[in-house]
Design a protein. Structure first.
Lengths: 266, 416
């Protein structure tokens, strides 16, 4: 079973992931805006009800709960965790989808979504503990003229289907096409970067191949103070966070118990 | 039957039984049609304007519809289980209620499929679940088993329709009904097989969600413990629902339709199964609390947000579990008409509550420490479209009762 959802031998594979330094994040939301523009995420005039809003990248604000002057605030940007699963558990959302409308890509380690196959049962949303997946409660409706500014590489989704962060997979496809055209089979680190990574003014987000020692994320994920969300559930995410603050690390994993013990860096 | 006072449609009514006049029957159907049409309107609104017409949201992708789906299938479990007892275990007395159990089963399963048709975001793509089937998904197993079993139930219902007084006069249909009756043990066995798996796979739907510690259960091979608990609870509750609907039908018909000994057999079996279920459910709960503790989720964290406090756990197992179990197992209370109805009501309410807990409450419990709790309650469109199937069920039972011989003991109990 492990081979089934692990990386396939004999083929150039990547394990794309992210390391987010939450101590650098200012909570500006540029990553969210970039993500929406890049991926043609629909919005409505009235977005006051966040429970029905579409966000692929969402920034959570957390506090240490202490009174002034000990109050401390941190921001947790949350893209899709691109879970790999662990042991006999597959990626939580992939194994439950009854129509194979979401898939674990063994070449990149990215969890994809096929909106035209999804029929909107929302079982994947129930399976995801990170609230990464969102449902299109409305048909997308763009302000007049905005259709011309949509990203031609990303299909807008129709109502009644689930969507999620894909680590800007279309950018990977574009970079790979370019590399192949140039007779290369390997992508350089800077050739494929997600929109949120490039938009972050504080440089808090680093993106790359977690398995490639030449990529920055490979080193960063092993730095002291690195952690993942809900480590003990065994979802095995490919998004890592770094913070020097113990309360932030603890808040990230409600089940962590002993600080630092949950991080396994598989 | 006195032809002078016989209803206008008396030629269609089974021989030797008395029915009200056609005009009163039509008035009754008209009354049922009013709330039914409200449900139809809710369906049209949801299909035309999309699911933003409900109170479902990204935190609660599952709501009343899924809970109702799981609930009605458990309630409809009376069909497969009564069929199993009648045709496989050969409890002969149950031939007097198995027809009605089938009618109730058809309604329940049609409801489940009908509710799913509005619950999915793209109903026209519903076939993707069969065409692009993911064999690892519990929902795929559910879809295949429910669809197949619904067909089996329709085949079980068909001979009843063919036994209508006028249809049965036609040689072909008479012969067909006869042969279908002959094949019924094999059909019932197929139904039992399918039912076991889909009741179980419905339990697997929440049980495999390892990202949701409230719902996740360890288990045997690929099946979480909820797989087995759902089968057993449906077997324990289904017969009670059949009894309940029989009593309601008798109330409206103002006559006895099934002998007491038949009801007593079902009630007694239901009581023992409920007892077995409760023992396993309590063991499962203890095991789950211990597992959740190991992954750092104390029991209190599951019940920290109202309305999902500890009362939920106590009510589900205690009031809706242990009390009806005692009422069904003790002969004196089981044979008391009012207490029997109370026991059946509590048992059915318990199963519905369990399905709500396993689906909606599972999503209500925040998993990330910085998640906020949001409450959910269904809106009019969700209620109306769900209850529509109750009214449709009442219409189907009314028509079946009037025109089909679904209660073999009616003539004996109510000589005309």
């Amino acid at each position: 079973m492990k081979e089934e959802h692990g990386h396939r031998p004999g083929k150039k594979t990547y394990k794309y992931g992210m390391v987010i330094d939450v101590d650098k994040c200012t909570g500006c939301g540029a990553c969210m805006v970039a993500c929406m523009a890049e991926n043609n995420i629909s919005f409505r005039k009235d977005e006051t009800n966040k429970l029905v809003s579409n966000f692929w990248m969402r920034v959570y604000k957390i506090t240490n709960g202490l009174p002034f002057p000990e109050t401390d605030v941190s921001y947790i940007p949350r893209p899709c965790m691109q879970c790999e699963g662990h042991g006999h558990h597959h990626t939580p959302c992939v194994s439950v989808c009854p129509a194979c409308a979401t898939d674990y890509n063994h070449e990149t380690g990215i969890v994809s979504q096929i909106p035209t196959r999804c029929f909107g049962c929302r079982y994947c949303m129930a399976a995801c503990p990170y609230h990464v997946r969102v449902f299109n409660w409305w048909d997308p409706k763009w302000p007049k003229g905005m259709e011309k500014y949509l990203n031609p590489d990303v299909s807008p989704r129709m109502r009644g289907v689930v969507e999620k962060c894909t680590f800007c997979y279309h950018r990977f496809q574009r970079a790979r096409n370019k590399a192949y055209a140039e007779g290369r089979r390997e992508l350089h680190e800077d050739e494929y970067q997600t929109a949120c990574t490039q938009a972050c003014p504080a440089g808090a987000i680093t993106f790359g191949d977690l398995d490639n020692p030449e990529h920055k994320v490979h080193k960063l994920k092993n730095t002291p103070g690195a952690f993942r969300l809900l480590e003990k559930l065994g979802t095995n995410p490919k998004v890592y966070y770094v913070s020097t603050r113990a309360w932030v690390r603890k808040a990230a994993d409600v089940y962590i118990g002993e600080e630092g013990k949950g991080v396994t860096h598989p | 039957m006195n032809t002078a006072s016989a209803p206008f449609d008396s030629a269609l009514i089974p021989e030797g039984v008395k029915r009200c006049k056609l005009k009163w029957f039509l008035v009754w159907l008209g009354i049922l049609n009013v709330p039914f049409m409200v449900g139809v309107a809710a369906y049209i609104v949801c299909w035309a304007l999309a699911l933003n017409q409900t109170y479902l949201n990204n935190n609660y992708p599952f709501g009343l519809w899924i809970a109702a789906d799981l609930g009605v299938i458990a309630l409809g479990g009376g069909a497969f289980f009564t069929g199993f007892l009648r045709y496989i275990i050969k409890i002969d007395e149950l031939k007097n209620i198995v027809n009605f159990a089938v009618v109730v089963g058809v309604i329940c399963y049609a409801s489940a499929l009908g509710i799913l048709a509005v619950d999915i975001g793209q109903p026209l793509r519903g076939w993707h679940i069969f065409w692009h089937a993911n064999v690892h998904s519990m929902l795929t197993e559910v879809a295949f088993c429910i669809s197949c079993y619904f067909m089996v139930l329709c085949i079980e219902y068909l001979p009843l329709v063919l036994e209508n007084r006028q249809i049965n006069k036609l040689g072909f249909f008479h012969g067909m009904a006869h042969h279908l009756h002959g094949a019924m043990p094999a059909i019932a066995a197929t139904g039992v097989f399918l039912s076991f798996f889909h009741q179980g796979s419905l339990g697997g739907v929440p049980g495999v969600l390892y990202g949701r510690p409230f719902a996740f259960r360890e288990g045997f091979l690929v099946w979480p413990w909820t797989f087995f608990l759902f089968i057993l609870s449906a077997m324990a509750c289904g017969p009670c629902f059949t009894i309940l609907i029989t009593r309601i039908t008798e109330g409206f018909a103002r006559k006895k339709l099934v002998k007491r000994n038949v009801i007593d057999i079902l009630a007694r079996i239901s009581g023992w199964l409920l007892a077995g279920y409760l023992v396993l459910k309590i063991l499962d709960t203890v095991g789950w609390i211990s597992w959740a503790g190991k992954v750092g989720a104390p029991l209190g964290s599951f019940y920290a947000n109202q309305p999902y406090g500890y009362w939920v756990l106590i009510t589900e197992i205690g009031i809706f579990g242990i009390i009806p179990c005692i009422l069904l197992l003790v002969k004196a209370t089981r044979q008391n008409e009012s207490l029997l109805v109370v026991a059946c009501l509590l048992n059915c309410a318990g199963i519905f509550m369990n399905r709500w807990i396993m689906t909606v409450q599972s999503l209500a419990v925040p998993v990330m420490s910085f998640d906020k709790f949001f409450s959910y309650h269904p809106n009019w469109a969700e209620w109306a479209s769900t209850l529509m199937w109750v009214w449709l069920g009442a219409i189907v039972i009314s028509l079946s009762y009037r025109y089909l011989p679904i209660f073999p003991q009616e003539r004996e109990l109510n000589p005309v």
